[in-house]
Design a protein around this ligand. Structure first.
Ligand code: 3EB
Length: 330
């Protein structure tokens, strides 16, 4: 399996292995980036299935910045944080994690965040009067403010999923140029959610569009769910939630296409579908097939993971990325 690597590449990928690393799921040897994230793979059951993001470079440095382990080729940086929760609580833990994340950006000379994956233990549990996801949002936003980073337009693309147990796990990709942040016209920007969803809103953009060199653009689509405006729609109905999620993905892809010469498409993505209930995975896959056709690359490559979604009434969330030739329209 070979994927278009991000910029600054020289040399071939051999057996799918790159010097910098890969992000993917499926447990194939050499694709360990997301391992340690406690979100079980539900489908497909064949070994080797992944939704990969490959990076490669000439010379790769590895290092640590506080709790962050990173690898960087000088152009791109992949970072990884796993913090066990002690008595400090999730708000403080998230604050610490993101403080170190911003330090890693400085240490590696890759100041711009493109994409963040957040995995929170017991995301929907009560954390002493406030849901744990809302505690996380407090600590995350404060760390952005402390780092002098904006908390509205220009926030990185992200997802935030719940795992049953283990450490707070964060994976991220940074680079040397700021990506173009994309919002979804069907949805209120998450960083403008009203306080009914928590005292501080989440800090992410709906997607990020980045020039990765070599005439290629990368589109990173944040976790996307059955939210219209700021409200959850189709509570309790996984089928309708999946269809609404596909409409949201279509809309954010159209918004991205309006900002570049590339034509990204719903049926040609590397996607990860998270389902709250493992028994729903076959139905979600069937609905993707009904919508996209069985030959669609998105369907062929999709990986289905078990995870809790950041609102208790959401049953499914889909994140994706794609690479296509093109240039940005600023
Ligand atoms: C939503 O649209 C669903 O907190 O980083 C999606 C993507 C969601 C990212 C985050 C949360 C996050 O609000 C949840």
């Amino acid at each position: 399996m070979q994927r278009a690597p991000l910029a600054g590449i020289s040399g071939e990928l051999v057996d799918g292995r790159s010097p910098l690393g890969a992000m993917g799921y499926g447990g194939r040897a050499g694709v360990a980036w997301m391992s340690g994230v406690n979100a079980p793979v539900l489908l497909p059951d064949e070994a080797g299935a992944t939704a990969d993001l490959w990076l490669a470079g000439d010379r790769v440095d590895a290092g640590r910045s506080g709790g962050v382990h990173w690898r960087s080729d000088g152009h791109w940086m992949l970072g990884s944080i796993d913090l066990e929760e002690g008595s400090e609580g999730l708000e403080q833990l998230a604050h610490n994690a993101y403080r170190d994340l911003f330090q890693a950006l400085q240490d590696t000379g890759c100041p711009h965040l493109l994409r963040i994956w957040n995995y929170l233990p017991r995301i929907n549990d009560d954390g002493g009067g406030l849901e744990r996801y809302r505690q996380f949002n407090l600590g995350r936003q404060q760390a952005f403010i402390d780092a002098g980073h904006g908390i509205y337009e220009g926030s990185p693309a992200a997802c935030a999923l719940g795992v049953q147990r283990g450490a707070l796990g964060i994976r991220f990709l940074a680079g040397q140029r700021a990506p173009l942040a994309i919002e979804n016209p069907r949805q209120v920007s998450a960083y403008r959610y009203p306080s009914a969803y928590g005292p501080r809103p989440p800090t992410f953009s709906r997607a990020a569009l980045a020039d990765i060199g070599g005439g290629q653009l990368a589109l990173f689509i944040s976790g996307t769910a059955s939210i219209v405006g700021h409200a959850t729609v189709h509570a309790g109905d996984v089928a309708e939630q999946t269809r609404e999620t596909l409409r949201n993905l279509d809309a954010v892809i159209a918004a991205a296409n309006a900002r570049c010469s590339a034509q990204f498409a719903l049926d040609a993505l590397d996607a990860v579908a998270y389902v709250r209930h493992p028994a729903h995975a076959p139905l979600v896959r069937q609905l993707l097939e009904d919508a996209l056709g069985s030959a669609a690359p998105t369907l062929q490559r999709a990986v289905y993971l078990e995870a809790d979604i950041c609102r208790h009434d959401l049953l499914v969330e889909i994140e994706a990325h794609a690479i296509a030739p093109g240039v940005l329209r600023q």
